[in-house]
Design a protein around this ligand. Structure first.
Ligand code: IMP
Length: 435
């Protein structure tokens, strides 16, 4: 059976740990969108590792890892990530496969993104400034550079053509000595990647379809979160890819029929980095304490994350959009000790109740949350390994999440380490093949 793990919020839900935890039950872990805007954190033997492009399955020696055609790749950053894996003695060759049709992020993409963010003045998207959006723009503009061109050597003429086009389109600023130096460095990186990555860039969709037909079990690893999906998130405050489960088929070149189960990861509260609507955001000392206790600083950019109460309206929207089979709840322990916890169960707009989740940013920015107050729990839930260890108030909080969303909470992550996990249903039950 093949399983997808997607983020149900604005990213940073803890997908890295979940993928690492589940990967032992799978043969292949495949990423289908995004790039090194993601930061998936994995703890192994007490040490912390963050992967940005590379699927979190790489830490399991038996797991093959795919970076799908739906991804955008900063080749220099990818080489750096590979070097970090080599530094810890991790064998990656023969276990990492990059789609020949994943797109390459160029230095001009990063520059254009900085220009665009500055141009937005007081209302930037708050992107990671890694060139993700402009790389997807070039993809959909049908002029992008493909990973397959990097390893078959045709990148040289394409890169020259791209440079000429950038200079013609964006004028002398695109051709400044600084840009030119970055471009020369970029070409040197491609020169190196041409041979270094030659045997891992391949037609991954055919590779994956073959393996699926042979019965391989695949774990699909989402990056970012549903509310950052370019079509279904809080547009325009979104990333430029399809983070929700719908992106899997296109981003890997497989039929949607191969995705048998979808699990969604959500924190027990909400966070967001970058700008955009966040109805339950806390600007007080409770928000500050959640940020400090939850170490809510971006894994990729180090930016402080905005923190707030769990928004069940948005969570239900994400659960329904992905039709999740279950919720994986993370970081409940960060709420330990609060005298009261709040759950957003509805919105009003201009004083009137709102039906569902108006996901469009201009509307969502104007809604007022309706809260239910629930008693907190003084006990620690950190490291809880089964449901029975949880205080009744924490169980009631979880039951309310299940009741509102209509989805079971199947697993609770109660700390960053692998063993700090409570399965509410056995892994066998959750991963049991569906007929
Ligand atoms: P971009 O993906 O760099 O274009 O950024 C667009 C928006 O998505 C910004 O608000 C970023 O902060 C947010 N974002 C992108 N990647 C992640 C992630 O992995 N976790 C959380 N937020 C992200």
């Amino acid at each position: 059976m093949n399983v997808a793990v997607v983020g149900l919020q604005w990213g940073d839900e803890g997908k890295g740990k979940v993928v690492d935890l589940l990967a032992e039950h799978f043969d292949i872990v495949a990423r289908y969108q995004g790039g090194h805007n993601a930061g998936h954190t994995v703890y192994r033997d007490g040490r912390k590792f963050v992967v940005h492009h590379i699927p979190a399955g790489i830490f399991h020696p038996h797991v093959q890892n795919v970076m799908g055609n739906g991804m955008v790749i900063d080749v220099e950053a990818l080489l750096g990530e590979i070097a970090d894996l080599e530094a810890i003695g991790l064998a990656w060759r023969g276990r990492l496969w990059v789609s020949d049709r994943a797109h390459v992020i160029t230095p001009i993409h990063r520059w254009l993104e900085a220009q665009e963010e500055d141009f937005r003045g007081h209302c930037p998207i708050g992107t990671t400034r890694r060139g993700i959006g402009p790389a997807y723009e070039d993809k959909y503009g049908r002029r992008g550079l493909l990973m397959g061109q990097v390893t078959d050597g045709t990148w040289r003429s394409h890169v020259k053509w791209l440079w000429d086009r950038y200079v013609r389109t964006f004028g002398p600023a695109a051709a400044s000595p600084e840009r030119r130096a970055e471009w020369d460095r970029f070409q040197a990186v491609l020169e190196r990647a041409e041979t270094y990555l030659a045997d891992c860039v391949t037609q991954t969709d055919i590779w994956l379809r073959d393996r699926l037909r042979q019965g391989a079990r695949v774990l699909f690893e989402g990056a970012q979160g549903t509310l950052l999906d370019v079509d279904h998130g809080t547009y325009p405050f979104v990333t430029s890819s399809h983070c929700s489960a719908g992106g899997i088929s296109i981003g890997l070149g497989i039929s949607p029929r191969w995705v048998h189960r979808v699990f969604g990861v959500s924190k027990a509260y909400c966070t967001r980095v970058g700008a955009g609507p966040f109805p339950t955001e806390l600007h007080d000392e409770v928000g500050q304490s959640i940020r400090e206790r939850g170490a809510e600083y971006g894994a990729t950019t180090g930016r402080p994350r905005r923190c707030g109460w769990l928004d069940l309206v948005a969570l239900k929207y994400a659960c329904d959009l992905n039709d999740v089979d279950g919720i994986i709840l993370t970081k409940l322990d960060i709420l330990d000790g609060l005298p009261r916890v709040r759950l957003c169960v509805g919105y009003t707009l201009d004083g009137w109740p709102v039906e569902g989740c108006p996901v469009r940013a201009d509307l969502l920015m104007r809604v007022q949350p309706i809260y239910e107050d629930w008693p907190g729990w003084p006990e620690s839930t950190y490291g809880a390994a089964c449901l029975d260890y949880l205080p009744e108030a924490a169980r009631a909080y979880i039951r309310r999440i299940e009741e509102y969303t209509g989805r079971p909470v199947v697993l609770l992550s109660s700390g960053p380490q692998r063993h700090e996990t409570a399965w509410f249903h056995s892994p066998d039950e959750i991963l049991r093949p569906v007929l």
